[in-house]
Ligand binder design. Structure first.
Ligand code: NI
Length: 190
């Protein structure tokens, strides 16, 4: 089966929104590398592509484990079928899976306007490292190390924060942080 067909045959998982406590919890390492992990990864990729987003961490679907998926490259086109229903065409998929990632080196500084599927409607500039080194495992438990720059570096830092119980609004100034916290809590109550 083509990678794209495999990924796009997953199912959509509900995304947890701030201030759900799972988003503030430090996630546990992944220890089982069997079929259930692969199925979870497939469903997380499916959920990310259909949200759509460029990254999704396990805590965002309510699982407090050290795992996230990323694709900073793909394109999504919306077309209408014969009945006028919207259909999505995906191209240039470059799914990346990170299990038990550890940032082992950092350099430089950059800012980027970030958003998060768990904090809908909020986009703010966040200060990040420009370049990072990450050690991680793949779905089979094999170890890898990469050096990341630009959007991949930013996305990796954002997703890695989720594993440490940090949502990106926590990285804003106190004034902005408190504003968004109150706003999100109010919207959740409503
Ligand atoms: Ni996020």
């Amino acid at each position: 089966m083509k990678l794209e067909n495999y990924i796009l045959s997953g199912k959509k998982l509900p995304i947890v929104t701030y201030p759900d406590p799972v988003l503030s919890t430090v996630a546990k390492p992944v220890t089982e590398f069997g079929e259930p992990l692969k199925e979870l990864v497939r469903d997380m990729l499916y959920t990310m592509y259909h949200a759509p987003g460029i990254g999704l961490a396990a805590p965002q679907i309510g699982k407090s484990i050290r795992l996230f998926v990323i694709d900073v490259n793909y394109d999504r086109e919306i077309t209408k079928n014969a009945e006028g229903k919207a259909e999505y065409q995906y191209s240039d998929l470059e799914p990346m899976v990170f299990v038990n990632p550890v940032i082992t080196g950092t350099s430089g500084a950059t800012t980027y306007e970030e958003g998060c599927l768990s904090v809908p409607g909020v986009y703010e500039e966040v200060k990040r490292f420009d370049s990072i080194n990450v050690k991680y495992q793949d779905m089979d438990g094999k170890e890898h190390e990469i050096n990341a720059n630009e959007l991949l570096s930013i996305c990796l830092q954002h997703e890695n924060d989720h594993l440490d119980g940090i949502v990106f609004i926590e990285r804003l100034s106190n004034l902005k942080k408190n504003f968004y916290k109150k706003k999100m809590v109010k919207e959740k109550v409503r």
